[in-house]
Design a protein around this ligand. Structure first.
Ligand code: UFG
Length: 341
């Protein structure tokens, strides 16, 4: 019988891609998701448990019923801007519920977890690229909540011999190259999907948040990493833990940075369409540059991003948007013949 991995947030953007990667590698992914942001249609590679992470009984039932071996923990709130307005929501959704999860795991002797952390735990780092040893000084409740998750793991390891991989993502982007899954946040705030919507004529223009940053073209620089490469890194981190490897904290990025203007120009090349943009005010809480030093993750996981060059990220993100089918419940009316699984 294949090993079962509980995937919290398994109906979301990164979680659904991780479920596909797990299934391909011979695991049984059980998506655990309350569908507050996730999409039922994105759960295709194993069962869905529709429940809250804060529901200790539902968690315990799922862990027992499916004989869970390990956990990948993606569920949580992800918007930096919203976290500044609703810090309580972030500490509840990202910290309190994670504590419930860890306690449920320990109670049933499940002691391996791969955790979605974030580059947002670094705040505004002084050194670029950012190594894992850089100071963690988050500048918003989202980053703070992810840091608290990392700290809980540290102390649970000491007390309960739980082993973990904390993976600090840079900018997750792109979509399943087979076109079976896509990115569909509601509301969408991420640069690449919004830029593509302009290219496809669904949006008039993109607002470029700040053009006076200390970068070559004045717009912020980010390290975009393909969601399938992220999923692959999760799988490698999981297998390392299952093989008895020690806990690790790793950056997941490419080491290459791209400005907002570069993203727009690349999307114009990939789509062949002009993309209207307008410089507007800076968005609160946006650092000028965030680029990973990926050397530790490469060495520890024997992992290198395979499809994270910017043009490939944009081309894969484009396909489900053009098809009018994201696999995540958007625009299905454009393809009435396609059925959700
Ligand atoms: N941007 C625009 N216009 C838009 C949207 C975004 O100019 O309409 C810019 C942003 O200012 C930023 C860049 O595009 O400079 C990327 O923005 P995203 O919103 O796509 O991503 P972020 O870098 O803000 O956030 C990502 C993740 C967060 C995580 C953060 C880590 O989505 O979950 O990286 O720093 F916290």
């Amino acid at each position: 019988m294949s090993k079962t991995v509980l995937v919290t947030g398994g109906a979301g953007f990164i979680g659904s891609h991780a479920c596909k990667a797990l299934a391909r590698a011979g695991y049984r992914p059980v998506a655990y998701d309350n569908l507050s942001h996730g999409h039922r249609e994105a759960v295709r590679w194993g069962p869905l448990v529709e429940a809250d992470l804060g529901d200790a009984k539902a968690l315990d039932d799922a862990i027992r019923r499916f004989d869970v071996t390990a956990v990948m923990h993606f569920a949580g709130s992800i918007s930096v801007g919203e976290s500044l307005l609703r810090p309580g929501h972030y500490f509840h959704n990202n910290v309190a519920t994670m504590l419930t999860l860890l306690e449920a795991m320990v109670a049933r002797d499940v002691r391996r977890i791969v955790f979605s952390s974030s580059a947002a735990t670094y705040g505004n780092p002084e050194q670029m690229p950012i190594a894992e040893s850089a100071p963690q000084l988050p500048v918003n409740p989202y980053g703070e909540s992810k840091l608290m998750g990392e700290r809980m793991l540290h102390w649970f390891e000491r007390a309960h011999e739980l082993s973990y991989a904390s993976l600090r993502y840079f900018n997750a982007a792109g979509a399943d190259p087979d076109g079976e899954l896509g990115e569909a946040h509601e509301p969408e705030t991420h640069l690449i999907p919004l830029v593509l919507d302009v290219a496809l004529g669904r949006r008039e223009r993109i607002e470029v948040f700040g053009s006076d940053y200390p970068t070559p073209d004045g717009t912020p620089i980010r390290d975009y990493i393909h969601v399938q490469d992220l999923a692959d890194a999760h799988l490698k981190a999981l297998e390392r833990l299952l093989d008895g490897g020690s806990s690790v904290t790793l950056n997941l990025g490419t080491g290459a940075g791209h400005s907002v203007r570069e993203v727009i120009a690349t999307a114009e090349r990939v789509t062949g369409n002009k993309i209207a943009w307008r410089a507007s005010a800076r968005r609160a809480g946006d650092p000028a540059i965030l680029v990973a030093d990926p050397s530790r993750s490469r060495a520890v996981l024997q992992w290198t991003p395979a499809i994270s060059d910017l043009a490939t990220i944009i081309a894969t993100a484009l396909r489900p948007r053009v098809d009018g089918f994201t696999g995540l419940g958007q625009d299905k009316s454009a393809h009435p013949s396609r059925k959700s699984p």
